[in-house]
Design a protein around this ligand. Structure first.
Ligand SMILES: Nc1nc2c(ncn2[C@@H]2O[C@H](COP(=O)(O)OP(=O)(O)OP(=O)(O)O)[C@@H](O)[C@H]2O)c(=O)[nH]1
Length: 432
């Protein structure tokens, strides 16, 4: 073999080796890029499961997008906008400076930034809601002294003469049961006492208990319509004149719901009182609930609208709206209340309109109740400050007047001093 043939063979072998090497490198790189892309693609549902389990236990049915927004809700009051329409780049190149737009996955980045452990540790322990009325029965001591004790003393004494029956009637009237309820109760007691053979205070207590419980409409539906339906949150409006305890009740109610594992959003539609929104926001923070508020003196209906919209977008279970209570005798405020309800109803059903009444105001509270009931359909009454009055009998009267059940009672300024109203437990507390 000549030298030139040997050189030719070596050159051919070298070319083949180089070609094989280049092909191998290219194939290897392609394979690695392909693998990296697969790893970056999220597994279906993986993101949703993580956020749902960790942050949204009350809404496992939420879609992936909803779950992410809900997870952000307690810590990011302002909704994360997706300004797709504002995207300025049209050539596929990233914008710079003022032309830069938010990437499509910006919501997920927000989710990563959420500092939940800190927020969670600040959320307070909430007292269990069941049995609260029994636990708080001591708070009704003023009414018990004025009402139960004297009634039992009168009835337990045996046969009652007309003067004693007059005393029974006066006791009921002084306790604010109202004329109609008092007459009804006295007539029932007279009829039953005659045939029941009451000989001791224990007999009298048993009879009195059953008559009073019956007068409180024990079969009225006192459940709070506060659970989501048709994929939307329940919406509750809290109404009443100023100072009765609307904001406090809204805050206490948020705690009750959170204690039951619900997600809550608060709407500060009381834009008339400077501190009301701050007060509500503080209540919200204590249970990790977001508060939507507007400018002071702003349009309450607009705040209520924004709150419900935010609640729907965030997928919360319940939206509680605290309304303004100034000037209840002025047509303006009542018109405003009607407007708040109508505006909210453009987005979701208003499930409850809770009228808050201050039990210490007696007849004045009833006058307020009538004015409010003419404007909006009241679905439930919250009677506050029962701890501060000897006139717990207002419960009987207000239910009778409005034909609407007392659903909750306020028994103190403490954060958990709000109890579901239960006729049996209430009468037991009054009778000792
Ligand atoms: N003792 C007692 N005080 C209560 C109860 N509920 C509310 N309060 C107090 O009543 C006062 C007024 O309560 P708010 O919640 O600010 O009343 P509001 O109706 O929102 O008042 P405006 O915002 O002015 O309309 C506060 O000092 C509350 O602590 C209750 O059940 N018992």
């Amino acid at each position: 073999m000549s030298t030139s043939s040997l050189v030719l063979i070596l050159v051919v072998v070298a070319v083949v080796l180089i070609a094989a090497l280049v092909t191998g490198v290219v194939l290897t790189r392609r394979r690695r890029i392909s693998l990296t892309q697969k790893e970056e693609t999220p597994k279906p549902g993986g993101y949703q499961a993580a956020s749902g389990i960790t942050f949204t236990p009350a809404a496992p049915e939420a879609t992936e997008a909803e779950a992410v927004v809900v997870a952000e809700a307690p810590v990011h009051p302002a909704p994360v906008e997706h300004p797709v329409a504002d995207r300025t780049e049209v050539d596929g190149q990233p914008g710079v400076g003022d032309d830069a737009s938010v990437p499509r996955d910006s919501v997920k980045r927000g989710f990563v930034e959420v500092d939940l452990p800190v927020e969670a540790s600040e959320v307070e322990e909430i007292e269990p809601t069941s049995g609260r009325l029994e636990r708080l029965r001591g708070k009704l001591s003023k009414s018990r002294n004025a009402f139960g004790t004297s009634l039992l003393g009168l009835l337990g004494a045996g046969d009652l003469d007309e003067d004693s029956w007059q005393d029974v009637e006066d006791t009921l009237l002084i306790a604010d049961l109202g004329a109609a309820t008092t007459t009804e109760i006295v007539e029932t007691l007279r009829a039953k006492l005659a045939g029941a053979g009451v000989r001791s205070e224990a007999d009298a207590q048993k009879l009195l208990r059953s008559v009073l419980v019956d007068a409180l409409g024990p079969r009225m539906d006192r459940s709070l319509k506060a659970l989501p339906h048709a994929g939307k949150p329940a919406v509750l409006l809290v109404v009443g004149v100023n100072g009765v305890g609307k904001t406090t009740t809204t805050g206490k109610l948020a705690r009750v719901l959170v204690a039951d594992g619900r997600t809550v959003l608060l709407g500060a539609a009381d834009t008339f009182r400077a501190a009301a929104a701050d007060q509500l926001e503080t209540w919200g923070k204590r249970v990790g609930a977001e508060t939507v508020r507007g400018p002071e003196g702003g349009d309450p209906a607009s705040v209520a609208f924004d709150a419900v919209k935010r609640g729907v977008d965030a997928g919360v279970d319940t939206v509680l709206i605290d309304t303004a209570g100034r000037l209840h005798t002025k047509v303006g405020l009542m018109d405003e209340l009607g407007k708040v309800k109508r505006v909210v109803e453009k987005q979701a059903v208003v499930d409850e309109v809770l009228l808050v009444l201050d039990a210490t105001t007696g007849q004045n509270g009833l006058t307020q109740a009538r004015v409010f009931a003419e404007q909006v359909a009241i679905t439930g009454i919250v009677l506050t400050k029962l701890d501060g009055t000897a006139k717990g009998g207002i419960v009987f009267q207000v239910q009778r007047e409005l034909g609407v059940p007392v659903k909750l009672v306020g028994l103190g300024e403490g954060a958990d001093h709000l109890a579901p109203f239960e006729p049996g437990a209430f009468v037991d507390a009054l009778l000792g």
